[in-house]
Ligand binder design. Sequence first.
Ligand SMILES: NC(=O)c1ccc[n+]([C@@H]2O[C@H](COP(=O)([O-])OP(=O)(O)OC[C@H]3O[C@@H](n4cnc5c(N)ncnc54)[C@H](OP(=O)(O)O)[C@@H]3O)[C@@H](O)[C@H]2O)c1
Length: 272
Amino acid sequence: MMDIAKYGPWALVVGGSEGVGAAFARMLAADGFKLVLVARKPAPLDELAEELRGAGAEVRTVSVDLARPDALERVRAATDGIEVGLLIYNAGANNTRGRFVELPEDVTQSVIAINVLGQANFTRHYGALMAQRGRGGIILGGSLSSYLGSPTLAAYTGAKAFSRIFSEALWAEMAPLGVDVLHLNIGFTATPAMQRLGMPVDLAETPEQVAKEGLENISKGPVRIVSTPGNLERARLINGIDNRAETVLAHAIAPREQTAQAAREQRELAGG
Ligand SMILES: NC(=O)c1ccc[n+]([C@@H]2O[C@H](COP(=O)([O-])OP(=O)(O)OC[C@H]3O[C@@H](n4cnc5c(N)ncnc54)[C@H](OP(=O)(O)O)[C@@H]3O)[C@@H](O)[C@H]2O)c1
C-alpha cells in the first residue's frame, strides 16, 4: 500500500497507457491516488482512464509525443495547480536497431530526447515542487542494458546509463529534502511494445511484477533491479570495469531473433 500522505494525492505516470505504466496506474488508483496519464496514442489512454474512473479514481490524460521539445509544457497544462507527489517516468523503449551512424537522425534523437532530456526535464520541474513540499517520490524507468553498451543500441544503452547514474546522484541529493528517487532497472518484460515487435514474451517478466517492485522499493533507492531470475546475475556479469572490450563483444544484447535463447540463458545464470 503506497503512503498517499507522502506520495499523493496525484501521481503522474509518463508512459502510462499500457504495460508497466498501466500496471502502475491500476495499483495507484487502487490505493486511492488520483492520476495523470501521458502517452501518444489517445485510444489506450482513454480506455485505461475510463477503467480507472469506473473504479472511482480521478484521472486526467495527456496525449503527447515526449520527443517534442514542448512535451513538458503540454503535460504541465494538465498538472499546474494540482499536487503531483509521485512522478513515474516509464516511457522509453527502443524499437529501431542499427549502427548509430546509419540510423535516421530522428530515431536516435527521439531515444535521447525521451530518456535523457525527458527524464531530466520532468524531474527538474516536478522534483523542485516536491522538494518545496518536503515530500514525494520519483521513479525513473531504467534497464539492465544500462550496464553495457550494446552495438545496434548505442543511443538506447547510453541513454539508460544516463538514467541510472542520474538517478543515483539525484537519490543522494533529494533524500535530505524528503523526496525518494528510484531507478527501476527492468529486464525483459512482456509489454505491448515488445509484443508489437514480435518478441517471444512467454519468458518475459510481467508488467504487474515490475510495477509492484517499483512501488514497494521506492524508498530503497537508488537502484532496484527487478527480481526476475537471472537479472541480478547478468548485471553483475556485464558491469565490471575490467575487460570492457571482451565484455561488450561477448555479452552485448542479442539480436531480436535470438531473444528467446538469450532470455533462457539469462534465467540459467540464476541457477548456475
Ligand atoms: N519491455 C521490456 O522488455 C523492457 C526491458 C528493459 C527496459 N524497459 C523499459 O521499460 C519502460 C517501458 O517499456 P515498454 O516496453 O512498456 O515500452 P514503451 O514504448 O516505453 O511504452 C510504455 C508507455 O510509454 C508510452 N510512450 C512510448 N513512447 C512515447 C513517446 N514518445 N511519447 C509519449 N509516450 C510514449 C507508450 O504509449 P504510446 O506508445 O501510445 O505512446 C506506453 O504507454 C521503458 O523505459 C523501457 O526502456 C523495458
